[in-house]
Design a protein. Structure first.
Lengths: 220, 134
């Protein structure tokens, strides 16, 4: 596997290190000379000092052989350009980009970037999950919200406590992913009994999610 | 005609002044409000202060209603992003972009965008003049 990373900071260093440890070939492109010199001392990777949104630097990084490119700069237009150039001129099969402005997710997607890391959105979601006091949390929405992964903590008074999964009256469009009981992860079967303080991960269609929460928490 | 000009530098402001004189409906966006000082006293259009890579700014400037969009900021990657938003995502009928570094032109190959590279235009012209005079 050959990966090109454009960007800087600790994140690029650790990512590159991680990929190298897995045996991947890594090239890093960065505009800052000192950063490149420093990185070259620490990593057994191809380090290129230059502008990753330019053809010649991508060529130096052997872009036509690369399997993936990661655009991780703090400038969204640069990241978009890097991914598009990689795709159109070098036919790199997989493009990954960080976006800084969360509104750009839709734009990047429509303009052909394969995988987008919406860091602002991710961080704010994580914070909301930690700060959230309710027993019900949306963990992840998949495929632009067509599928949701959520967590429900079973508190005292929940009507499902002590019941087996097969006894629950759940809509068909709900899948039990797993039950987290203390430190233990239980892969649920029909015979699994639900206990107080279990964290239940469910996969649902958004339109049936509320129904699932009602069944599990007993609230209407 | 409703014309949206992004980047109010020498090129953007000059064009805005000319089009406004021709009584076209012009809106200019620039992230630096002092750049609007380049607009002439007769300029009758509107100005929007903001970063045009933020979709909200483009929406405020009524991108969806534009007949033409001219992108002339001094950053080629910014220009590429805005031009594609206008042309690909908002189907603006005519999108024109100034490209500073001619190697950045490759991104527009498959797109319905008119590109202008000042250096190439200048060099072609100079070369023609020199070769003709010899």
């Amino acid at each position: 596997m050959e990966i090109i990373i454009v960007g800087g900071g600790k994140i690029v260093y650790f990512l590159a290190k991680n990929f190298l440890a897995k045996g991947y070939q890594v090239s890093v492109i960065n505009k800052d000379q000192d950063y490149c010199i420093n990185l070259a001392k620490k990593l057994n990777a191809v380090i290129i000092h230059g502008d990753g949104s330019k053809l010649n630097y991508l060529e130096q990084a052997r872009a036509s052989r690369a399997d993936a490119i990661l655009a991780l700069t703090d400038n969204d237009p640069d990241n978009l350009y890097i991914c598009q150039l990689a795709q159109r001129e070098f036919e790199i099969p997989k493009t990954f980009s960080v976006i800084n402005n969360p509104d750009n997710e839709e734009i990047f997607k429509n303009l052909g970037v394969d995988t987008i890391f919406n860091t602002t959105k991710l961080i704010s979601l994580l914070i909301e999950q930690r700060v959230e006091t309710t027993d019900v949390n949306n963990l992840l929405s998949i495929e632009e919200g067509r599928l949701n992964l959520s967590q429900v903590i079973l508190k005292e008074g929940s009507p499902v406590l002590g019941k087996k999964l097969k006894e629950l009256n759940l809509p068909d469009e709900i899948v039990f992913g797993c039950v987290i009981r203390g430190e233990e992860v239980v892969i649920p079967k029909g015979s699994t009994k639900l206990l107080e303080n279990d964290k239940v991960l469910i996969i649902t269609l958004p339109q049936r999610q509320a129904e699932a929460f009602d069944v599990l928490t007993g609230e209407e | 005609m409703y014309i949206l000009i992004i980047g109010c530098g020498r090129t953007g402001s000059y064009l805005a002044n000319l089009l406004s004189k021709e009584e076209e409906n012009v809106v200019v966006i620039d992230k630096d409000a002092t750049s609007f000082e380049e607009l002439s006293a007769e300029f009758t259009g509107f100005t929007v202060e903001g970063d045009a890579t933020e979709i909200e700014v483009l929406k405020d400037a009524k991108l969806a209603k534009a007949d033409s969009v001219v992108v002339t900021t001094d950053d080629d990657n910014v220009n590429a992003m805005i031009a594609q938003i206008a042309s690909e995502l908002y189907q603006v009928p005519k999108v024109l972009v100034r490209v500073l570094d001619s190697q950045k032109e490759v991104i527009y190959k498959e797109l319905d965008v008119i590109t202008m590279t000042p250096t190439s235009l200048l060099v072609d012209k100079f070369k023609d003049e020199i070769v003709r005079s010899v």
